[in-house]
Each structure stands twice: as structure tokens, then as C-alpha cells.
Design a protein around this ligand. Structure first.
Ligand SMILES: C[S@@+](CC[C@H](N)C(=O)[O-])C[C@H]1O[C@@H](n2cnc3c(N)ncnc32)[C@H](O)[C@@H]1O
Length: 318
């Protein structure tokens, strides 16, 4: 076996808009903070978020309007380009986003902990090129049927101001008069204390939990286990669940006296205990315990664009 088994995602998958277009959307959206008179406030807020993230004090990292804007300008562009590549690479995820299911031309996605917009822009970068912008000139009935992608961003922090700005910029630079094809809803809720029907769980085609699972378990282990059990019970057959988190010891969890990778616990909750997998509610469709996304060196963005190494799991409800 190769010494370094870590794989690398393609910098750009053809199903999505190119990474520079994705990053350009953030440049347009946050022009006042990145290029104009709000630069000093942004730099101070980024430093403050960095310290909170280093100390793993997540509630503090997102506890003010300035810090949420800072996270979105500094970290969401890197996340969005990595997610665009990951979502495109995973065929079932790509098909949900492009509303290419056999039975319907609409899809429902829930992004847990997705308030900061990285997932949203990654999704929109795949949805946008799948739209037929000439459809209104078409004459056949099938050609005029437009797609409808609903993306709910549920987050304990109130990211609505940031999401509204991203929505406005997407409308102006990507979606134009197809902006209503992408219905984006911000839900400011603690996902561990919200019922399945308030999250619309039974009608979901895809749930993402990206760089959020660790945080949920740090907040409330028992509540997080109940959340996964709720998904076992309430998700409809065919729903996909995508989980990604930092690869390595950062994502280890302590239960009793033992420390182990968090994905082992999630696998047990969703797939069933080892040897009893047939009892589990989900099947594992794809996985990687250590994968890189590396941005091109020549990305044009005024702040650092991060490379990411993470594990992911894609499950499908039986
Ligand atoms: C580390 S950030 C990751 C953000 C984003 N998913 C990304 O990849 O950039 C974790 C997010 O989860 C949210 N979060 C933490 N606990 C939550 C909870 N109990 N319910 C809903 N959202 C939560 C935080 O507010 C934050 O936006």
C-alpha cells in the first residue's frame, strides 16, 4: 500500500462553476469589508474568530454580526470551492442538487450548521449551470418545466444577514431571473432541540452535516445521539446524508474512558453495530477517511484561501 493513502479532490469538477467564479461571488458580496472602509473592522473580527476557533469555543466564534461576517469572508470561500468539488464528485449528491431525480424536478436539501453559506454557495455553483436560461423561449412543454431547489440552512447562530447578502449577490451575478428557482431559507434554531417536522425531515432528499458534527457532540452528547436516532426514524427511504469533518485526532470523541474517531460512533448509530449491519437504517454509499482539497495557488482573493483535509461519509436511507 502507498505510504500516503490520502486522496485529493479535483480542483474543479465540470459540474460546477469554476473555483475563481465562486470566490468572485464573495468578492462582490463583501466588497465593503474586503476592499473599502470596513477593512480594519474585518481584520480585527477575523483575529477574534481565529482565537475562538483555536480554543474550540464555537459559540463565541459566531456570537456577533461582525464575527459572522468575518467567518463568511475568511473561511466560507475556501469551504465553498471544496464543497463544490466534493458535491460534484458524489453522483447522488450532484443529482439531487441538479434536481435530476427520476420522479421529480424539485429537490429538498437541509444543511445543518450551514448558516455561514459555504454549503449554500457550493450547492448553488452546481445548480446554476444546470439551469436552462433559455427555457422561457422554448416551446415544448417538457422544456419549460423549471427546476426548484429548496435549501434550508439550520443554524443555532443567526446568520440571516449574511445569507441575505449572499442570496442578493447570487441573484445579481448567477441566477438573474431564475433566482426563485433556488429557494433559500434560514432557520435560526438549535437542531438538537427541534422536531423532525419543523425541519421538514420526511421530505428531504439530502442532509449535509459539514464541520458541524464535532460541535454538536461537544455541546450535548446525548442530544446528538438522539438527533441521529431521529434521522433513523424520520428520514424517508432514498434520502442521502453527507457528513464531513476534519481528518485526524481533532475529530476524536471521548465516551467513558475511551477516545475514538467520531465517524465510528456515527457509523454505529446509522449502520448498526459491527456484525449487525442489516439492522441499521442506512447504507454506506461512499466514504474517505482522509481526503484533501487543495486550491490553486493563483486564486485571486484578498484573504488566504485554505486547503482542507477531511473525512467524509455518504449514507443512503434504506
Ligand atoms: C465550524 S462551523 C461550520 C460552518 C459550515 N458548516 C462550514 O463548513 O463552514 C459550525 C456551525 O454549526 C452551528 N451549530 C453549532 N451547534 C449547533 C446546533 N446545536 N444547532 C444548529 N447549528 C449549530 C454553528 O453556529 C456554526 O455555524
Amino acid at each position: 500500500m502507498a505510504k500516503d493513502a490520502t486522496k485529493t479532490l479535483p480542483t474543479h469538477h465540470t459540474a460546477s462553476l469554476p473555483p475563481q467564479h465562486i470566490v468572485d461571488l464573495f468578492k462582490v458580496c463583501f466588497d465593503p469589508e474586503l476592499y473599502k472602509n470596513e477593512q480594519d473592522v474585518l481584520s480585527a473580527a477575523i483575529q477574534s474568530v481565529k482565537t475562538d476557533l483555536y480554543n474550540r469555543d464555537y459559540p463565541a466564534a459566531f456570537n456577533s454580526f461582525e464575527k459572522r461576517t468575518a467567518y463568511c469572508t475568511r473561511w466560507s470561500p475556501s469551504r465553498a470551492i471544496a464543497y463544490a468539488s466534493l458535491f460534484s464528485q458524489l453522483r447522488p449528491v450532484r443529482e439531487v442538487i441538479k434536481c435530476e431525480k427520476e420522479s421529480s424536478s424539485s429537490s429538498n436539501v437541509l444543511c445543518v450548521g450551514g448558516g455561514a453559506g459555504g454549503e449554500l454557495i457550493g450547492i448553488a455553483s452546481i445548480f446554476t449551470p444546470s439551469i436552462d436560461f433559455n427555457a422561457k423561449y422554448a416551446t415544448t412543454k417538457s422544456a419549460v418545466q423549471s427546476k426548484r431547489l429548496t435549501v434550508k440552512l439550520v443554524d443555532i447562530a443567526d446568520w440571516s444577514a449574511v445569507v441575505d447578502r449572499l442570496k442578493g449577490t447570487m441573484r445579481d451575478v448567477w441566477l438573474f431571473d431564475h433566482s426563485s428557482d433556488l429557494d433559500v431559507q434560514s432557520l435560526n434554531l438549535n437542531v438538537l432541540k427541534t422536531g423532525a417536522s419543523d425541519l421538514g425531515v420526511p421530505s428531504l432528499d439530502l442532509i449535509t452535516l459539514l464541520f458541524t458534527t464535532n460541535e454538536l457532540f461537544m455541546e450535548d452528547k446525548a442530544g446528538s445521539i438522539r438527533f441521529f436516532q431521529m434521522l433513523n426514524k424520520e428520514c424517508s427511504s432514498g434520502c442521502y446524508l453527507l457528513i464531513a469533518e476534519s481528518a485526524g485526532s481533532y475529530s476524536h470523541i471521548t465516551v467513558g474512558t475511551k477516545k475514538f474517531p467520531i465517524q465510528f460512533l456515527i457509523d454505529t448509530l446509522l449502520l448498526g453495530k459491527r456484525g449487525e449491519e442489516s439492522e441499521g437504517q442506512w447504507e454506506l454509499v461512499d466514504q474517505n477517511d482522509s481526503i484533501w482539497y487543495r486550491a490553486k495557488d493563483d486564486m485571486d482573493y484578498p484573504l488566504k484561501v485554505e486547503n482542507m483535509r477531511f473525512f467524509y461519509r455518504l449514507y443512503r436511507k434504506k
